[in-house]
Ligand binder design. Sequence first.
Ligand code: DC
Length: 229
Amino acid sequence: MSFVVGIDGPAGTGKGTVAKIISEDFGFINIDTGATYRCVTLKVIENGISINEPDKIIEISKNIDIKLENNNGKQEVYMDNKNVTREIRTKEVSALVSQVSAIKEVRFNMVDLQRKMAENSNVIMEGRDITTYVFPNADVKIYLDASEEERANRRYKENIEKGINSTYQEVLDNIRLRDENDKNKEIGALKIADDAIVIDTTNLTIEQVVEKVKEIIESKLKSEGVENV
Ligand code: DC
């Protein structure tokens, strides 16, 4: 069978962490769709292409090879067979990725890839348009939210842990800019699906969020008569 859990929401709501824990607990494949847009953006930067050259960006998105792998519990990202797990999280990539991901044809190419990654598998997929566009018939649809200050705070701490150099204000500005871009995309804009369950994580720990998401998945599996996936 193929069981799809979609999680959408803005940056810093804990989607990545929640998806990772759930994927391990339920044995689902974890697909971080933001990483696919980040790979295209990294390649654009590496090739010295500007955001004002959409044709070149589209060409890159057509030919890029992206693989998401789980190596001993660590989610690793490969672009053209090179491990770019760290490089795709730099400030430069974060500053440009929402503009790159707003290009319609780039989205079509990445959505094709994301759907292929999920073929015939049980997956947990997180992003911005999973429950509305990539998998509008997902078995479970969740929207995670949180205040922008709390989200910036989480990302800032995460950056420190990862050794990424940034100030709180830079992170907050970047989150605001990306929210604005993500909500106003022509295709695949960030919005709450009519049938999504919204969880406000502002005052919740990651464990509490995971617990809620687990309950939702378990109840859905039960209602579909699935004992073990
Ligand atoms: O989840 P993230 O912060 O790594 O995502 C990076 C960017 O990619 C984000 O600014 C919006 C874009 N994105 C998107 O447009 N659609 C998705 N399904 C996932 C991410």
